[in-house]
Design a protein around this ligand. Sequence first.
Ligand SMILES: Cc1ncc(COP(=O)(O)O)c(C=O)c1O
Length: 482
Amino acid sequence: MAPPVTVNTINPKVIECEYAVRGEIVILAQKLQDEIKIKLEAHPFEEILYCNIGNPQSLGQQPITFFREVLALCDHPPLLDKSETQGLFSKDSIQRARKILDQIPGRATGAYSHSQGIKGLRDTIAAGIEARDGFPADPNDIFLTDGASPAVHMMMQLLIRSEKDGILCPIPQYPLYSASIALHGGTLVPYYLDEATGWGLEVSDLKKQLEAAKSKGIDVRALVVINPGNPTGQVLAEENQKEIVKFCKEEGLVLLADEVYQENVYVRKKKFHSFKKVSRSMGYDEKDIHLVSFQSVSKGYYGECGKRGGYMEITGFGADVREHIYKLASVNLCSNISGQILASLVMSPPKAGDESYESYISERDGILSSLARRAKTLEDAFNKLEGVTCNKAEGAMYLFPRINLPEKAIKAAGEAKTAPDAFYCRRLLTETGIVFVPGSGFRQVPGTWHFRCTILPQEEKIPAVVTRLTDFHKRFMNEFRD
Ligand SMILES: Cc1ncc(COP(=O)(O)O)c(C=O)c1O
């Protein structure tokens, strides 16, 4: 009898879905790492340098002390009654933990919460958004989630009815979007970021792609904007954001604003502006635009990816639709409580005068300034490589250099039945231990090749990345020179 489940009988949408940041190259990297553990000389390098995923703490970034103090106290409230705690924990972390515990029904982090998230924490987040934007935020608009990913899935589930429903997504894009659209059976409608203008977003291209999709019978429902960008690292100018907001209003599109890198801006001339602030400053309110903003505890200077915390702020949707969003959240009961607490902390960190304030500022600025230096060093190194050009990482955690591969390398990749940029990344990994993600995993203008490199290896490891990459690149180009 045939097995009850085979790849021919599973949901074809699962087969169609791809997730490059944890794809083939990364699986190979893990295998090489296991081999090195058993035998150090197994490969021509002693360690794998993971530059493939935005997972800061896996590469040694330290969590913010204040956040962890509050979490620890909330998770084990008896600590609050011990005299030693006063000496071990900062005063403001003790106060904050008491306040948060008072907001949690039953004072228990092991209990389910309201499906939208603990109300007191949503109040704190709303106040944080208000302080950031200068416009009011309503705690009832906030849904706490296990990171931004489930929030994105929830919105796709809500919006996509069939393959006739389209979602406009930037290309290159973060693969969560293509994967989620594929899983929910919709159509990804691409718009291209312009590499020549530092990954600029042209509203004229949005219009062109929207019209093209409509002419194929696609009902385009939403526009995804990732700002600061992943994998491209650009920070949108406010004027550009205004054009995008206007476009969504005029075309009746939901604006899905992925703002998880809001704290990761490295250039003085650019600033993060939330789409909510931009739309409100244009005089648009709830009636004018449906807007969802995603935020996460995984990014910024906090980098708490494994804690799985985040929220979405939903504005403009009618009460009846919101009831259904609430129902969707209820199907998962609630997001995890540590993640909820962290989401409130990142939107309300220590203030001037609090005992932790100075250590918090020094930890935060230390991380962000180091990320900025790493981004610049890697950008300069990429731009020195033959046939490689790399835009500035204005924000986020990545560089996305373009590589002009020799014809012979493209042919060799074809013979190996792999994309040319995947061929390059595979060779880079097996010869140097450096893990990049091929640009094909993020989609790119056809005929162009890229790779994505995170700026997350610790600063002292960056020179090793640069030297190994530079030597490898020379060898590779010499081998395949036309
Ligand atoms: C642009 C973007 N959005 C969303 C996410 C999802 O993050 P999380 O689910 O950890 O919040 C990521 C993760 O790398 C990302 O880069």
